[in-house]
Design a protein around this ligand. Structure first.
Ligand SMILES: [Zn+2]
Ligand SMILES: [Zn+2]
Length: 736
């Protein structure tokens, strides 16, 4: 691999004072003595902290303010490549941007299972110098396998399997010295990816795009390209060419995907393109594989990583490219713990590592659209779908004209369209963005709605799970036999549709049709979900009832009709991004239709066919939509034209947080100094989660205002009691 070698980092002799940043503990760099054998700047180490032993990183020279006799010594240097200077500055700047304590930031970068363990070895078997005294056929086969692959190292089981013998034959040869048994590190490098393995034939449109990306990557400096292409235009093939260029340069590449369920399909495409599988990093991977991925990324033994947002914190040695696929996807925003947006952090990391970023999407986020319009990002657009497929026709079903009982949601117009597809053996998708059976359980005697005991939210009935579920905190309980309020029997009734109830309706409406549900609640594992998706793609379904899950890039070649049950659902929120979200989601869902030879149709059921968002979805006037939405945000001075931070105070004691919030709002000097304004405190839209009350404030400022520094000075004025949690969300994506 090219690039900076690790050895250039400063070396500290035994006993020298170094500053160690502990991960996830005290938010301070602490002085320690370099251990026996010394250590490098950036080394991962284990240090004593009080009675505990914790993992940290040698961050800088020691401050030397303590009596050296009292400074404790680093326990040991861990078996990992030292952290590079650019990683340290990435973490520092990410912490500054998100107002996260450094130690919490470092924790994201040390999430390697078994990082603190002593390195484990495994036994490998190679050809030895001795000749066995008696050469039986089984012995000969073992020796032949080892002769055939002189550069590979095999475990006992691998050699035995390949030779078709029992392990005892191999062991016997080892005793004679005809085979050598040796210790090798447990974690091994990933197989080499070959950038010139099997390039697919690209359309002229794709080929031009691939050239543009290749030359951007070859330039070897920071830049971002917004790769916009309609669903089915072959974005993946195009950005895989950027990956190929990056690998050819000897640098590492990272592809972020928004959904684990998409990974296996993607890995198959990588293998077809590069002849081997890359490293994987997400919650569905075993601990052993995660440990291997983390180590190999650090040692350069992994050229390409495919993963979830946390893969941004892997110890890449020479990162040349980050692809953020489906860059508009809300799952890139981490809403728990450290609040960060992986798309923004990808740009930050790349800018520090002289790497290129590709943001791929059919429907960009407004932020990325504006950045491209303003020339901060390069723009690349794939206009035509690959192959014969064309964009689906979009039409509204005006629900004011449809005759429908109050507990039915599939309009006669949509039902007719589905039936005609069933007759032609084509697939239909009915989309509803609501999990469970019904969003409300109402008592018909007293009007009581069943809510969560710990949250300010209704419980959602899930018949599949046979429980009521709180979508805020995850709490579940059985459906009560009587109304919890008036104790009337048999009066609890479901109100409104969820994906399960819609399935029931479709089964009754389309008798004999194969109706399947695609909702995350229905799968015990990523594998089960993958199997269901594959069977749908193979044609084993007539009607698919799906939630948001189906919007994320699966290929269903026989799908020619998409019916959106409630296109108005997203328009009701007071959320700044409601219009943008609805637009993106509807476009993505509609894009599922007509991907192979048959043209598709998308029907949007709406009570507001004249709403500007619905109209722009129907007309397909994307640029018109973005321009109008951008103008509205600019006039309001909100992101991406202004800056925002959400402040959430939470506590079991509601008075305590209102008092603190009011005091913070009164003492807003540091904010006013930079021209920022604080709004609130007000109860958060969900005023209680998991038994904790929540109060929120919103801080708005000009785009150029140094908001983070002002927020730090502002919050530092107050003593936050231990019973209160204060969370600061820079560029909030949602307002719950
Ligand atoms: Zn009741
Ligand atoms: Zn709850």
């Amino acid at each position: 691999m090219k690039g900076r070698s690790v050895g250039e980092q400063r070396y500290f002799q035994q006993g020298e004072i170094v500053g160690v940043l502990p991960a996830g503990a005290l938010d301070r760099v602490l002085d320690y003595k370099a251990p026996e054998g010394g250590c490098r700047l950036g080394a991962f180490v284990e240090v004593p902290l009080g009675p505990r032993k914790i993992v940290g990183v040698v961050w800088k020279e020691g401050a030397g303010t303590w009596d050296p006799a009292k400074v404790r010594s680093i326990k040991r240097v861990l078996e990992a490549t030292p952290m590079q200077p650019n990683m340290r500055s990435f973490l520092t700047r990410a912490a500054e941007y998100t107002l996260t304590p450094m130690s919490a930031m470092l924790r994201l970068a040390t999430r390697a299972p078994g990082l603190g363990d002593t390195p484990a070895m495994r036994k490998i078997y190679r050809l030895g110098a001795n000749v066995p005294d008696r050469l039986t056929p089984t012995r000969e086969r073992v020796l032949q396998v080892l002769k055939d692959y002189p550069s590979l190292s095999f475990s006992l089981k691998e050699v035995a399997d390949m030779a078709g013998v029992t392990p005892s034959v191999v062991k016997g040869l080892a005793k004679m010295g005809a085979v050598v048994e040796a210790d090798a590190p447990r974690d091994t490098a990933y197989p080499k990816l070959d950038p010139s393995y099997a390039g697919k034939t690209l359309s002229p449109d794709q080929d031009a795009g691939a050239r543009q990306l290749r030359s951007a990557v070859a330039a070897g400096r920071y830049g971002t390209t917004l790769l916009k292409g309609v669903t089915g235009s072959g974005k993946t093939e195009v950005y895989l060419e950027a990956v190929a260029e990056c690998l050819a340069q000897g640098r590492q590449a990272l592809v972020l995907l928004p959904e684990i369920a998409l990974t296996s399909e993607f890995l198959t495409r990588v293998e077809a393109r590069f002849g081997a599988r890359p490293a994987e990093w997400h919650s569905g991977v075993t601990m052993a594989e995660r440990r291997r991925a983390w180590k190999m990324v650090g040692e350069g033994g992994a050229q390409l990583v495919v993963g979830a947002r946390s893969a941004l914190f892997l110890p890449f040695q020479n990162l040349g490219l980050i692809v953020v696929d489906e860059e508009h996807d809300t799952s890139y925003k981490q809403e728990d713990g450290v609040l960060y947006n992986a798309r923004d952090m990808a740009v930050l990391r790349a800018s520090i590592s002289a790497a290129h970023v590709v943001l791929a999407t059919a429907t960009p986020s407004l932020e990325s659209w504006v950045n491209a319009e303003q020339g901060k990002y390069a723009k690349l657009e794939l206009k035509s779908r690959f192959g014969p497929a064309v964009m689906p026709q979009m039409r509204a079903v005006d629900m004011r004209d449809q005759d429908l009982p109050s507990d039915r949601w599939i309009s006669p117009a949509l039902a007719d369209a589905v039936r005609s597809r069933i007759e032609k053996s084509e697939q239909s998708l009915l989309f509803i963005n609501r999990r469970g059976y019904a969003p409300i359980t109402l008592c018909r005697a007293c009007g009581h709605q069943i809510g969560c005991d710990d949250c300010d939210a209704r419980m959602v009935e899930h018949r599949f799970l046979k429980r009521l579920v709180c979508h805020q905190c995850g709490e579940t309980k059985p459906m009560p036999a009587v109304c919890p309020s008036c104790e009337a029997e048999d009066k609890l009734a479901p109100v409104g549709p969820g994906v399960e109830r819609l399935t029931e309706e479709a089964e009754a409406l389309f008798e004999g049709a194969r109706v399947v549900t695609l909702s995350s609640d229905h799968f015990g594992s990523a594998r089960a979900m993958k199997e269901q998706i594959e069977s749908i793609a193979a044609g084993d379904a007539d009607v698919i009832i799906g939630t948001q899950l189906v919007a994320k890039g699966h290929n269903f070649p026989k799908l020619t009709l998409v019916g959106v049950i409630d296109a108005d659902l997203g328009l009701q929120g007071s959320d700044l991004r409601a219009a943008e979200r609805t637009f993106q989601l509807m476009r993505q869902v509609a894009g599922r239709a007509g991907r192979a030879e048959v043209a598709g149709t998308a029907l949007l059921q709406t009570y507001q066919p004249d709403h500007p968002v619905i109209r722009s979805i129907l007309s397909g006037d994307e640029d018109g939509f973005w321009a109008a939405e951008a103008a509205e945000r600019e006039a309001a001075g909100v992101p991406p034209y202004g800056r925002m931070a959400g402040i959430i105070l939470s506590s079991e004691n509601v008075q305590e947080i209102f008092d603190l919030g009011a005091a913070m709002a009164r003492n807003d000097g540091p904010l006013r100094q930079v021209g920022a304004t604080v709004y609130g405190p007000a109860p958060a839209p969900i005023a209680r989660i998991r038994g904790r009350h929540r109060v929120r404030m919103l801080v708005k400022a000009d785009k150029t205002a140094p908001l983070q520094a002002a927020l730090s000075r502002w919050t530092a004025q107050f003593k936050i009691p231990n019973s209160v949690r204060l969370a600061i969300d820079i560029d909030p994506q949602s307002f719950f």
